[in-house]
Design a protein around this ligand. Structure first.
Ligand code: SAH
Length: 214
């Protein structure tokens, strides 16, 4: 099958490697997921550039570098069960689903959640479950999770998410102000949780019971 976007997608992957992404599995996954199917028609020409683009409801699809970096920081393995907060377009969800066994994803905005469910199932991702509710409370019935990724900015890690992390689990989220954050990585050990800070990022706010008010 010819893929009109194959060339721009490969260029995007080379650019991600040039910007320091090292995890080859992440690069391979992003070389396969058709990002142009997750953006609005008027942004098709920018689908494989390193841009954040509007997806409606005042939300955005994260730029490819951020998706790659967060996926890399998760140190994903094929058997992992992953929880994602903030499905949005479903692009990050699809990248995670290409790399792991199960992805559970929560979106608080009904129309975005249902559009993502339709898009992902239409594309054949059968290892993804998306539901519409406040992800700051986590997904108790499906816990524990080996990995948790939060795709929206929070003042600090919502406590239910740290609780729902499995032993040796990793949680990655943008932490800081509404206007700007840093990627934080939490690692759950036997006795304590270690926290480490990485790059500066700019995400839309995580809104919910254990984060910002709307
Ligand atoms: N990774 C997504 C980014 C979406 S933007 C993508 O690439 O498309 C962040 C998303 O988080 C938005 O859709 C927003 O509605 C959602 N969000 C914000 N607070 C949330 C919460 N408490 N629970 C679930 N989703 C939330």
């Amino acid at each position: 099958m010819t893929d009109a976007y194959g060339y721009p997608r490969q260029r995007m992957v080379r650019d991600l490697a040039a910007r320091g992404i090292r995890d080859q599995r992440v690069l391979d996954a992003m070389g396969l997921v058709p990002r142009h199917l997750f953006v609005k028609e008027q942004f098709l020409a920018k689908a494989y550039g390193n841009y954040t683009l509007p997806i409606g409801e005042a939300q955005t699809i994260s730029q490819p570098w951020v998706v790659a970096r967060m996926s890399e920081l998760l140190e994903l393995e094929p058997h992992h069960r992953v929880l994602e907060i903030g499905t949005g377009s479903g692009y990050q969800t699809a990248v995670l689903a290409s790399l792991t066994r199960w992805v559970f994803s929560l979106e608080r905005i009904h129309d975005l959640g249902t559009a993502a469910i339709r898009r992902l199932s239409g594309m054949g991702y059968d290892n993804v479950k998306v539901q519409v509710f406040d992800g700051t409370v986590g997904w108790g019935e499906r816990a524990p999770f080996d990995r948790i990724l939060v795709g929206a900015g929070a003042p600090k890690a919502p406590p239910p998410l740290v609780e729902q992390l499995a032993e040796k689990g990793i949680l990655v989220l943008p932490e800081g102000e509404r206007s700007g954050q840093r990627l934080a990585v939490y690692r759950k050990g036997l006795k304590r949780v270690r926290r480490e800070e990485c790059e500066e990022v700019g995400f839309v706010p995580l809104i919910g019971r254990h984060s910002w008010e709307s």
